[in-house]
Design a protein around this ligand. Structure first.
Ligand SMILES: Cc1cc2nc3c(=O)[nH]c(=O)nc-3n(C[C@H](O)[C@H](O)[C@H](O)COP(=O)(O)OP(=O)(O)OC[C@H]3O[C@@H](n4cnc5c(N)ncnc54)[C@H](O)[C@@H]3O)c2cc1C
Length: 420
């Protein structure tokens, strides 16, 4: 393929949740961007489901996408925790979230959230280049040149890595950054049609099973969204999980949940084996820096949490909004990146650490389990304030810091001057 050069103000690497949201907020700020996505098509139906917390929903509401996202999602009423014998040991009620935070959390398919964002990017005429897998970055004094797997290059005033937990942008711009860390659990999940469970619509149910942790949430249609977290002490080597095969893993899950309360095995049994994927869970507790020169990271590329926080997508949305806001308000890209990192780092690192602690509780231990059964309601009550802080976090798009009169934008970033 011909090697061509293209120029834009901001080049976003990755059209996942963070990349798409960032492009939309940048457009609102009057900053031109283009997205380069490694996948061959925009029609990305991959992934299972995720919880979008009130704080994430509020970011989507700011993009006028709240209603579109809630449509078809599961409107949960809370979380119920059960022990291995099926006894309910604790519960969290979310029914007051709309009144408390302005938005309630939902459980929805990742593909659905991705489609809402991706279609909006398309409708707002933001350029997206698919089949554009970043392989290399070269920083110059006035621009960054990005090279892609097909040999093409693009240059931009700024490059933002929104390319997920295994970010190539991160390894190119911050070569000393630590790799993601395995958290001791292999995740697995799927969707099953179990119409007779329709009357269980409401809470997410979490079960501390005998050998693995299981969660399920019922859609009003009778489709059940479920996952199982399987403790595996050391990270499986590359290829190990794939070699087990779909039928073998499905049988393994049924075995692991033997003796656990129904409908766990019924749900697994009603899921076609080929539709049950498995992957080691990793996080990225801290990075020395989130930016270098004209390159900055956002979303999982900067701060991946394990799903045990229920905050991965919500934090990615918040960070996308905050980064766009900083680029809008600060006089140059250095101060924008610094302010962005300083404002986000404490919050996201707190959530990632909390997710680690939550994940450790999922590793079965009969003795500790008895103590957990007794203390979980107490922990939940004590953790309520932390949950309120996490869910109540709100970034205000319009509360700009007053700009000094003589403050100038960096003439080399190419960012357009904006209305305040
Ligand atoms: C296919 C897929 C399925 C997922 N499924 C689930 C799920 O079931 N449950 C869950 O909780 N979370 C899932 N996640 C993760 C979840 O979306 C993120 O944790 C969270 O939403 C933060 O989003 P992000 O935009 O930072 O990263 P991501 O959503 O991971 O998006 C990163 C994007 O960057 C692209 N990309 C990666 N490398 C390059 C490169 N070198 N060049 C260009 N583009 C690149 C990827 O294709 C992807 O579109 C999934 C992510 C992906 C990519």
């Amino acid at each position: 393929m011909q090697n061509r050069n293209h120029t834009s103000d901001v080049l976003i690497i990755g059209q996942g949740i963070a990349g798409a949201a960032l492009a939309l907020f940048l457009q609102r700020a009057g900053i031109d961007s283009a997205i380069c996505e490694a996948r061959p098509s925009n029609e990305n139906a991959e992934g299972y489901f995720l919880y979008l917390a009130p704080n994430g929903m509020n970011v989507l509401r700011d993009l006028d996408l709240g209603a579109a996202t809630r449509d078809g999602a599961i409107h949960t009423t809370g979380i119920e925790f059960y022990n291995r014998r099926g006894r309910r040991i604790a519960a969290m009620d979310n029914s007051g979230d709309t009144a408390a935070y302005g938005a309630a959390g939902v459980v929805l398919k990742r593909a659905r959230l991705h489609r809402v964002l991706r279609d909006t990017v398309r409708d707002r005429a933001i350029p997206v280049h698919t089949n554009a897998k970043l392989v290399h970055l070269e920083q110059r004094s006035d621009a960054v040149e990005a090279r892609f797997a097909d040999g093409t290059t693009r240059s931009a005033a700024l490059v933002i890595g929104a390319d997920g937990i295994h970010s190539r942008t991160r390894s190119a711009a911050l070569p000393d950054a630590p790799a993601p860390a395995y958290v001791g659990l292999v995740d697995s999940g799927g969707f099953a049609s179990v119409p007779h469970l329709r009357d269980m619509v409401g809470p997410q149910r979490m079960v501390f099973g005998r050998r693995a942790f299981f969660s399920y949430t019922v859609h009003p249609s009778g489709e059940v969204y479920w996952f199982s977290n399987v403790p595996v002490a050391t990270e499986p080597e590359r290829g190990t999980l794939e070699r087990i095969g779909a039928e073998g893993w499905h049988a393994h899950l049924l075995h692991l949940h033997e003796g656990d309360p129904e409908p766990i095995r019924e749900i697994i049994g009603r899921t076609p084996p080929h539709a049950v994927d498995k992957w080691p869970l990793r996080d990225l507790p801290t990075l020395p820096r989130w930016h270098a020169g004209r390159v900055c990271l956002v979303g999982d590329a900067a701060h991946a949490t394990s799903p045990s926080s229920g905050q991965g997508a919500s934090l990615a949305l918040e960070s996308a909004m905050m980064l766009a806001k900083c680029l809008r308000d600060e006089p140059d890209h250095q101060s924008a990146f610094q302010r962005f990192e300083a404002s986000r780092r404490p919050r996201v690192e707190d959530v990632i650490a909390q997710a680690r602690r939550n994940g450790n509780h999922k590793i079965p231990n009969p003795v500790a389990g008895v103590v957990r059964d007794m203390l979980l309601p107490v922990f939940l009550r004590l953790g309520a304030r932390e949950a309120r802080r996490t869910h109540g976090h709100r970034i205000r798009w319009h509360d700009t810091r007053p700009r000094a009169r003589n403050e100038q934008r960096d003439s080399t970033t190419g960012l357009r001057e904006m209305e305040a």
